[in-house]
Ligand binder design. Structure first.
Ligand code: ATP
Length: 629
């Protein structure tokens, strides 16, 4: 039975992807084979899973396989599988539209800069459309497993705007993709070339990939398997080379680049399972753009049968960058997402995934600091979420975090808490840090002047997540962590210094009173500072208040931020404070008083209530100074 071909237009987005893929991926053109084999392998995985509950689906042809045939005369390359196949509707849905929301977001994120976009496409996974890099026409014939022979579907397209669809007779279940190769792509008709590509990129595919046997330089009708055809993670570690692991990583992650590190373990015991977990080098496309709810990348197999992507069930959100495979011997094959949520065995496997990943990162930090630095720069902020999310592993995660500090060079985040502790001064029992909305602001914070003057190192935290994260990390290795701009500092001082401070505070009482009167309710208190050495003033928050730059961000995002007014601390030895103390003219004293407050606000990343008034005030003071007033 055959219908008249129907011509349909691709969704606009598909045309866009096709154009992009064929134009920007030419230098990686051989990936098309990996992508089509990967689709064929997925189709075999799906059928094997479906056959668990309906054995009839594979009864007539049980050996799942992928076959590749090159026809030099017709200039076609055919990739066929006897997997799950597709119905007509599925072909339209899967190949004719951009059904996946990820693709839309991917398109939205394109910049028009060819180099950057090529990288993005690499991370996104181009799939079926990559066939059009080397083919000017692709014919796909498919029959869904379980459907009668008359319900085959033939899809055909030249890759520009439209495709035709036709119902045909198909003797076999599964999908056959025939690529009509472009003029210059004859190399893909060469069986040796194909064999080389398969062993290089698809060796680990768990199903046999077969090529025609050659006889006297010509292909015969007999096939031979050219890949290992054993799930990579089931093979002994000592048999596997780095290239094998990297090849497998690329096929499960669709990353063009290599993985940074991996861990491969077989656990035998009350339950048995195998883990193969990778840390990518670059953030995969979906991990960057998709929110925390839509996680992918960890595939669950049960006794070698692919069950589902179970990243959300097997990994906490703060390890969402991990890619890989979990293969369980003991979970029931009919497991559902709901069962996964509450299964005791799954909880154990999840715990093992966390442990192995943290082990891997610790090892990387110890043995390959340069690689670890790259990990930190890319995923450090994701890992920080674990400080709040995973109380049980808080200390281990904290050990892996890296920060900028007053003792490190530039903005690079290279200092670990252990480095900090190793450099602590005799008698110091606090790890000091400051948060701000940029590295420069953190580094220039007046609140840390006193600590710096004493040679005490301060961690400079300028990522948005820091303020929130560090709130969960009260202590590390028995040392308290403290924000240098919050709470009163009663730095350990000896008797004479304490006496000197007391006298200084008493002497400054008049100017303190003057300022308190001027600023009224805008500050909770005015007091003499023990933090400042250079700046005239700074704002200090309560121990548990949120930093001012974060309060501002949250308010801008429409949140109600409760919080107390900050205290204003002043440096009585600073000329500006002395000028205020001595100023007899009420208007000029008022200007100076507000300036001390507003300067402190700016330094803390707070927003000025009335910038125009601030500017006018600065101008009056500057002109007064210019005229010697
Ligand atoms: N050989 C095949 N057999 C059955 N279905 C297929 C086959 N090839 C593709 N498909 C279907 O078409 C869909 C789209 O394929 P495509 O390769 O473009 O993306 P994908 O495989 O879903 O995504 P990605 O390549 O990013 O993993 C697949 O999800 C699958 O449902």
């Amino acid at each position: 039975m055959s219908s008249k071909p129907e011509t349909r237009a691709f969704e606009a987005e598909v045309s866009q992807v096709l154009h992009l893929v064929t134009h920007s991926l030419y230098s990686h053109k051989e990936i098309f084979l990996r992508e089509l084999i990967s689709n064929a392998s997925d189709a075999c995985d799906k059928l094997r899973f479906a056959a668990l509950s309906d054995a009839a689906l594979t009864a007539d042809d049980a050996e799942l396989r992928i076959e590749i045939v090159a026809d030099k005369d017709a200039r076609t390359l055919t990739i066929r599988d006897n997997g799950i196949g597709m119905t007509r509707d599925e072909v339209i849905e899967n190949i004719g539209t951009v059904a996946r929301s990820g693709t839309r977001r991917f398109l939205e994120s394109l910049s028009g800069d060819a180099r950057r976009d090529t990288q993005l496409i690499g991370q996104f996974g181009v799939g079926f459309y990559s066939a059009f890099i080397v083919a000017d026409k692709v014919t796909l014939t498919t029959r869904k497993a379980g459907a009668p022979a008359g319900e085959g579907v033939r899809w055909e397209s030249g890759g520009s705007g439209e495709y035709t669809l036709e119902t045909v007779d198909a003797a076999q279940r599964g999908t056959t993709a025939t690529l009509h190769l472009k003029e210059d792509e004859s190399e893909f008709l060469d069986v040796w070339k194909l064999r080389d590509l398969i062993t290089r990129y698809s060796d680990h595919v768990a199903f046999p990939i077969r090529l025609p046997k050659m006889h006297e330089g010509a292909p015969t009708d007999e096939f031979e398997t050219v890949n290992h055809a054993a799930a990579l993670w089931t093979r002994p570690k000592n048999e596997l080379k780095d290239e094998d692991y990297q090849g497998f990583y690329k096929s499960i992650s669709h990353d063009f680049g290599d993985a940074l590190a991996w861990t491969h373990n077989r656990v035998e015991g009350s339950q048995s399972y195998t883990l193969l977990l990778y840390v990518p080098e670059k953030p995969p496309f979906d991990a960057v753009l998709s929110g925390r709810d839509e996680r992918k990348g960890l595939k669950l197999y049960i006794r070698r049968v692919f069950i589902m992507d179970a990243s959300e069930q097997l990994l906490p959100s703060y390890l969402r960058f991990v890619r890989g495979v979990v293969d369980s011997d003991d979970l029931p094959l009919n497991v559902s997402r709901e069962i996964l949520q509450e299964n005791r065995l799954v909880a154990q496997i999840r715990g093992a995934c966390v442990k192995r990943t943290l082990d891997l990162l610790e090892k990387l930090a110890k043995d390959e600091p340069e690689k670890f630095a790259r990990f930190s720069a890319t995923f450090g902020n994701v890992l920080k979420e674990g400080i709040a999310e995973d109380g049980a592993n808080r200390e281990r995660i904290a050990k892996l975090l890296r920060f900028a500090s007053t003792a490190s060079e530039g903005e690079a985040k290279t200092v670990s808490l252990d480095d900090y502790i190793g450099r602590m001064q005799a008698g110091q029992d606090t790890i000091w840090y400051i948060t701000a909305d940029s590295h420069a602001a953190a580094k220039g914070s007046p609140q840390i002047e006193g600590l710096r003057a004493k040679g005490v190192e301060v961690l400079l935290l300028s990522d948005r997540i820091d303020e929130w994260m560090i709130g969960y990390l009260g202590e590390y290795a028995g040392k308290k962590l403290r924000h240098a701009g919050k709470g009163e500092v009663d730095a350990e001082v000896d008797g004479s210094e304490a006496e000197r401070r007391k006298q200084a505070a008493e002497a400054a009482q008049p100017v303190v009173q003057k300022l308190a009167g001027l600023l009224g309710g805008r500050v909770s208190e005015v007091r003499v500072s023990h933090r400042l050495t250079q700046s005239p003033s700074c704002l200090v928050l309560g121990e548990h208040d949120m930093a001012l730059h974060m309060q501002r961000l949250l308010r801008e995002a429409g949140h109600d931020v409760p919080g107390n007014e900050p205290a204003l601390e002043i440096n009585p030895t600073h000329p500006l404070v002395r000028a205020l103390a001595d100023e007899a003219d009420a208007a000029r004293a008022e200007d100076l008083g507000w300036l001390l407050f507003e300067e402190a606000q700016v330094a803390a990343g707070d927003q000025l209530a009335d910038p125009a008034a601030f500017v006018a005030r600065v101008n009056r003071i500057a002109l007064g100074a210019a005229h010697g007033g």
